[in-house]
Design a protein around this ligand. Structure first.
Ligand code: NDP
Length: 490
């Protein structure tokens, strides 16, 4: 019996979730979903196309008039019930996320799934507090702003944090009164599928959320091009973001794009050593380095460069790479065979660009169940110039580079020297320096002496080619509503 069967019962076909029911794609086509830790088939996935999109959009369109009028209290109740439903099934969701992605099940259980539940909880309460402005023109008139849901919107998410990012979009869209057609990545469909069951039990009316599975270039492209889709919230690669923008812009769809990153992690000599070291280990290799916020470029002040390098490499050597189901594993498998080869090609490129591999730089063969899995040794590279491809293009794997810098100005120049601008981390005990760095870094998020600490009320997103628009808090609620100004003359 496979591990999947043990967790979920006999092997099954994932189905689309349309109008409150689980249905096969109209064309009956399907493809295999592979567990990257074992290279074995988990289940099959619908290879949906524009016929399924049409059905989903019809269902969402029919559900919208009633959903937009549903009271905030009722929307709160349903989203809260979805959140509770996820946490009631924490083990099942964590297992599914780990099987799909190759991430340690311990990570899925402590980060991915609790945060997904929190996303629904957060936006459940947000709709109870969301208010709009009024502007008085003294003795002349009063303006007030109404915020109306948009209608049917699309939410498209990637494979690295599947339910976490899927729910980060769906929850505010639903809270604001929209109906949703959503697509998870085709390589990680399991938790999105399980979410459908939770929504049914939570009493979400039919058609309010529709989940389609399949390939981005096929069903994803059909969703975003559909004239009835009023807004697109997309997280994924920068090149996919460009394609989506080129289709959405001429149709004047609202667009939120959360794209790639090549984030600097800047360590000054006056940093609190142990905290900087331990957190850098996490920001480099958590989720196999496949988080858009990972600090893949470690910039170290020259005076501590050799000492930091030596200790960091020794700690990397102690990371346990292995079976994601083992509770003591730090680093699991990368998400797919394609991605595994892409990362290994990037490592070869780094070598050809003159990089010196300090540790890792090769695939890892496991024993037992994971013998055929896609594992890569955590890799640290030094000696590369700032403007080479390895230091400017996203790898999205367990690979980091080290670069020395002499002073603040040089740190800023290296840090800002890519087309990306998602996040940056700064380690220093000097408050004034921290403020100067935060002010000068080209990034949507700057962490000082921490990493990935998130308050869901804050704006989240990137500058330059890392994206357009912001998610989180009121930013998300505003994105998923249209403002209407009403003027009443006194
Ligand atoms: P992709 O851009 O390949 O895919 C993202 C999603 O878009 C998937 O569901 C994909 O489907 C779908 N898609 C692909 N092509 C189209 C299309 N033409 N029309 C509509 N949908 C499409 O990204 P990855 O899944 O490879 O994810 C990794 C990327 O995501 C990295 O670049 C990473 O930096 C970025 N990311 C950004 C974050 C941020 O907040 N800024 C957070 C997390 C990741 P399919 O899988 O079937 O191709």
């Amino acid at each position: 019996m496979s591990i999947f069967e043990k967790a979920f019962g006999p092997s099954m076909d994932i189905q689309n979730f349309i109008n409150g029911a689980f249905v096969a794609p109209v064309n009956k086509l399907k493809f295999d979903n592979i567990n990257p830790a074992t290279a074995s088939v988990i289940c099959t996935v619908p290879d949906s196309d524009e016929m399924d999109v049409e059905m989903a959009i019809d269902a969402a369109t029919a559900a919208f008039p009633s959903w937009q009028k549903t009271s905030n209290e009722e929307r709160f109740r349903i989203l809260h019930a979805i959140s509770t439903g996820i946490m009631d099934n924490l083990d099942k969701f964590a297992m599914a996320e780990s099987l799909d992605t190759g991430k340690p099940v311990s990570l899925a259980k402590t980060v991915d799934i609790p945060r997904s539940a929190q996303n629904f909880e957060f936006f459940a309460t947000a709709i109870m507090h969301f208010a709009s402005e009024s502007h008085e023109m003294q003795d002349v008139a009063i303006n007030y702003t109404l915020r109306k849901p948009l209608g049917v919107v699309a939410c498209i998410s990637p494979w690295n944090l599947p339910l976490y990012l899927f729910s980060w979009k769906i929850a505010p869209a639903l809270a604001a009164g929209n109906c949703v057609v959503a697509k998870p990545s085709e390589v990680t469909p399991l938790t999105a599928y399980l979410l459908g069951e939770i929504c049914q039990k939570a009493g979400l009316p039919n058609g309010v959320l529709n989940i389609l599975h399949g390939f981005g270039h096929k069903v994803g492209a059909a969703i975003i091009a559909h004239p009835k889709i009023k807004a697109i919230s997309f997280t994924g690669g920068t090149s996919t973001g460009k394609t989506i923008a080129s289709i959405a812009a001429p149709q004047f769809k609202k667009l939120s794009l959360e794209l790639g990153g090549k984030n600097p992690n800047i360590i000054f000599a006056d940093a609190e050593w142990d905290k900087a070291m331990e957190t850098t280990l996490l920001s480099s290799f958590r989720n196999q380095g496949q988080i858009c916020l990972c600090g893949s470029r470690i910039l170290i002040e020259s005076s501590i460069y050799e000492k930091f390098k030596e200790e960091f490499v020794a700690k990397v050597a102690n990371l346990k790479v292995g079976n994601p189901m083992d509770g003591t594993t730090n680093v699991g498998a990368v998400v797919s065979k394609n991605h595994y080869h892409k990362i290994l090609d990037c490592i070869e490129l780094a070598k050809s660009e003159g990089g010196k591999i300090l540790i890792g730089g090769h695939p890892l063969k496991m024993d037992g169940d994971c013998e055929q899995g896609y594992f890569i040794a955590p890799t640290v590279i030094e000696g590369l110039p700032q403007n080479c491809k390895t230091n400017t293009e996203e790898i999205f794997g367990p690979v980091v580079t080290l670069q020395p810098f002499e002073n603040e100005a040089e740190a800023i120049s290296i840090a800002n020297g890519t087309n990306y601008g998602l996040s940056a981390t700064v380690w220093t005990s000097d408050l004034k320096k921290a403020h100067r760095m935060a002010n000068n870094l080209e990034a949507g998020i700057v962490w000082i002496n921490t990493w990935m600490l998130r308050d869901l009320r804050t704006p989240f997103g990137g500058v330059k080619q890392s994206g357009v628009g912001r998610e989180g808090g009121w930013e998300a609620m505003r994105f998923f509503t249209d403002a209407k100004n009403v003027v009443i003359k006194y």
